[in-house]
Design a protein around this ligand. Sequence first.
Ligand code: AMP
Length: 371
Amino acid sequence: MSTLKIHDKYFKPYKSKKKIAKYVSYLVKQVENDLEENEIPLFIGILNGSFMFAADFIREFKGECEISFVKFASYEGTTSTGQVKKLVGINENLEGRTVIILEDIIDTGNTLTEIYNIFKDKKLKQLRIATLFFKPDVFRKELHIDYIGKSIPDKFIVGYGLDYDGLGRNIPSIYQLTTQKMTNIVLFGPPGAGKGTQATILKDKYDLIHISTGDVFRYNIKNGTKLGLLAKSFMDKGDLVPDEVTINMLKAEVDKNADAKGFIFDGFPRTESQAKALDDFLSEKGEAINGMVALEVEEDLLVKRLLKRGETSGRPDDQDESKIRNRFNEYETKTAILQHYYEDQNKYFGVNGVGSIEKITLRLCEVFDTL
Ligand code: AMP
């Protein structure tokens, strides 16, 4: 699980190494295209944040170039102080040179103002600004930026040279500040895909709470509760229990485990309105779903698995092929669309659900480890 704690705050993965490399290449290409033939640019990295970006940038830059660094400081903690404090300067003679500034991030533009000031009277041929990240929502200046790797919303980020109070610069990818402390995973797949079996293993490995809505309903049926009586008629036929009932039950289960490190949701959400309700419910707590991990298995194999399970599970909905087919029908018409719901948020991860339990666990762990 890759939520990071730095000092007192939590950070979640934001931009992978691969994505960063793409932004860097994109910037290098643009800079190269704009340079005149045989021109030797002087790149100036703005310390400390840009040291990694500058290193990757010039490693990829083809042709001759020089590199130097200047240093300012304008951040305390996670907010810009608005005051640009220190400077370790430039000794090179810059007259007639093309200087290209390499910034890790431009937000308010205070540092950029200083940069323009420093080079104002240096008789440069030209000054160009290249920044890996740009926060348009907080940029307050009328200053020109020539090259932008990626515009991002105003969220505090660390990694790839950027720090939070000194730490985090050595992380090779970018993380974003989050209030989220939990890891919440939807384990998804049609009936019989092996969600329950795998969730039981994974909850121990990752120290998460496993909530199976089917199990909670069955527990209530066994104990003859009001909820159990209500759910039984739907479950016995292989129909879904109405959303309102299921959503309220799920919320109560989550609230029972307020100190959990996170949850594996198994059998929930099963409809789009359940998925939306889950998102809203978690976001009220500053939490979110990290990912939907889906076990992919073809239907005929599933019917065989379920009938076999029905020989020992005692579940009426496992023993009759027409009820099983109805559960698939419910899955196909109401639940399968959730793949798109999570894909749209870049949170869908399909895993081959055919093979030995151990093999499938390994495949799932590979995904869990990235969430
Ligand atoms: P399961 O144990 O996940 O296969 O669930 C068994 C049955 O419980 C389903 O066929 C539904 O009748 C009911 N059920 C479980 N989870 C849900 C849910 N999220 N929404 C509606 N019904 C559910």
